[in-house]
Design a protein. Structure first.
Ligand code: CMC
Length: 455
């Protein structure tokens, strides 16, 4: 294996070191590129750019593999819980029994909200507010209530990291449930000490004053599974956002709040909500999916829940969720026509050259919506569920950035293609401010406000 990569520009050659990975793509270290060549790289959407070295998650997009800290997602889906997976992702290893018990207790103790925060649910937000908007605001506001954990001084923020991490994992779920209750004019339900992570969330969502909600074990497991499968996904848009905000020295609460905003977009976490809307529209229009597929192929529609930047085969999370969706529909004894449409779309796409040539397969969002709908989750909470699940990943990535000894602020460059000085002078000519025979001169500078020329 070579140790260097050679780049030739004109008649000059430059060597750049190759950075080895444990497994997967090696990289070419171009940190000296600009200094040595005066060129920069351009990579739209960062499809070929490694932004960091990371030890958290590995994806093989060609083979459909996903590992958290070296453990395949299928193994965790079968044997772990969300809380244990969160510990693994954040701290790098599976916990011992003692560590697990201490961690679970800490998460549980943090489930309630600061009483002053409850006023946010007392008319501060309109009923029409999207819960992702509420979630992002309130996660950031945790820094107001616990300022000693959000100082933007690395040493102190790291000292309180364990508390802040447990707090976020726990409170994200309480804030989410309370946002839903407030929006629907329902009384707020507090968490209970004797319930597990996902069960507590379902309790806060669906319990009524005179009707305690006890979910079927398999429903709780299905939600826990959704959380596990969303827990991290290396340098995706929201995680890269968290890392970028963290790189400036910002605290954990501020960084994950930015992650929520990035996740909200329909090309990222917002896709799960759009999948269900798409399936419903196909159903309501009486289409069996064929017309929609043709629209997607002609670019008139996008098949939500299909395609992925990294996976060029089945998203392993979609494989697990498809089976889980079938199981959940059986438990709730629901024959959902949207599941039939989803399976038909998948079948058609698998045999259609447009999807085959572009490697478009179902992604994690394709079947998660069917499960969430079956367990009674309102559609505008789907992306919120994704955010709850992604929290361990965001926390772990913040920690990885914060613990770097010589971490640099993320600050990409650009290739400027806007006006240059000559255009500016031309504009001023049109205004009659410069004599018409005036030629822009590289040795002069122009002040913006007055158009004055300085030698
Ligand atoms: N439906 C129809 N055509 C598609 C789709 C789709 N869902 N996705 C990609 N294509 C086509 C696209 O039009 C392009 O065709 P052409 O080469 O003829 O121009 C080609 O496939 C490559 O697409 P791209 O947009 O360049 O690919 P990307 O890697 O930039 O985008 C993606 C990845 C996930 C944004 C995109 O596949 C998409 O918009 N999917 C639907 C939204 C979605 O489900 N998002 C959730 C992703 S998984 C959860 C997460 O991690 O965020």
């Amino acid at each position: 294996m070579p140790n260097n990569a050679k780049l030739t520009i004109g008649d000059k050659s430059y060597d750049f070191p190759i950075v080895k990975s444990t497994v997967g793509n090696d990289g070419i270290d171009i940190s000296k590129l600009r200094a040595e060549t005066s060129y920069i790289t351009l990579d739209d959407g960062f499809a070929n750019t490694g932004s960091c070295k990371s030890k958290i998650t590995y994806i093989d997009g060609e083979k459909g593999k996903l590992w958290y800290r070296g453990i395949p997602i299928e193994v965790l889906a079968e044997n772990s819980t969300f809380t244990e997976t969160a510990y693994l992702i954040i701290y790098g290893e599976l916990p011992t029994r003692k560590q697990m018990s201490a961690f679970s207790q800490k998460v549980l103790r943090n489930a309630g909200l600061h009483e002053a925060m409850m006023h946010f649910f007392d008319g501060s937000f309109p009923f029409s507010a999207h819960p992702m908007s509420i979630l992002s605001s309130l996660l950031n506001s945790l820094g107001c209530y616990y300022p000693h954990m959000a100082t933007n001084r690395r040493e102190q923020d790291l000292e309180y990291f364990d508390d802040a991490a447990a707090m976020l994992l726990s409170k994200v779920r309480t804030i989410a449930a309370m946002a839903y209750r407030m929006k629907n004019g329902l009384p707020l339900i507090y968490p209970k000490r004797d319930l597990g992570y996902s069960q507590n969330f379902l309790h806060m969502m669906f319990t009524e004053p005179y009707h305690e909600y006890y979910p079927h074990d398999d429903i709780t497991k299905a939600l826990d599974l959704i959380f596990i499968l969303h827990a991290d996904h290396e340098q995706n848009c929201s995680t890269s956002t968290v890392r970028m905000v963290a790189s400036s020295g910002a605290n954990l609460f501020a960084s994950v709040s930015a992650g929520v905003c990035a996740l909200w977009g329909p090309l990222h976490g917002g896709a799960n909500q759009r999948v269900l809307q798409m399936l419903q529209e196909i159903h309501d229009s009486g289409d069996d999916g064929s017309k929609f597929i043709e629209m997607a192929k002609s670019g008139k529609a996008r098949m939500m829940g299909f395609g992925h930047r990294v996976y060029k085969t089945y998203d392993p999370r979609a494989v697990i969720l498809r089976k889980a969706a079938e199981r959940v529909l059986k438990i709730v004894k629901l024959k959902d026509p949207l599941m039939d449409i989803a399976m038909r779309l998948e079948e058609r796409a698998r045999n259609d050259s447009y999807f085959i040539e572009r490697n478009l397969y179902p992604n994690v969002d394709f079947y998660s919506g069917i499960i969430l709908k079956a367990i009674g989750m309102p559609i505008d909470m789907f992306t919120v569920i994704f955010a709850i699940g992604r929290m361990p990943g965001w926390i772990a990535h913040w920690k990885e950035v914060a613990e770097q000894e010589k971490g640099k602020i993320s600050r990409p460059r650009q290739i400027y293609v806007g006006y240059d000085k000559r255009d500016y002078v031309k504009m001023r000519h049109r205004e009659g401010e410069f004599p018409s025979d005036y030629e822009a001169d590289e040795s002069r500078t122009y002040t913006h406000d007055s158009g004055l020329i300085e030698k």
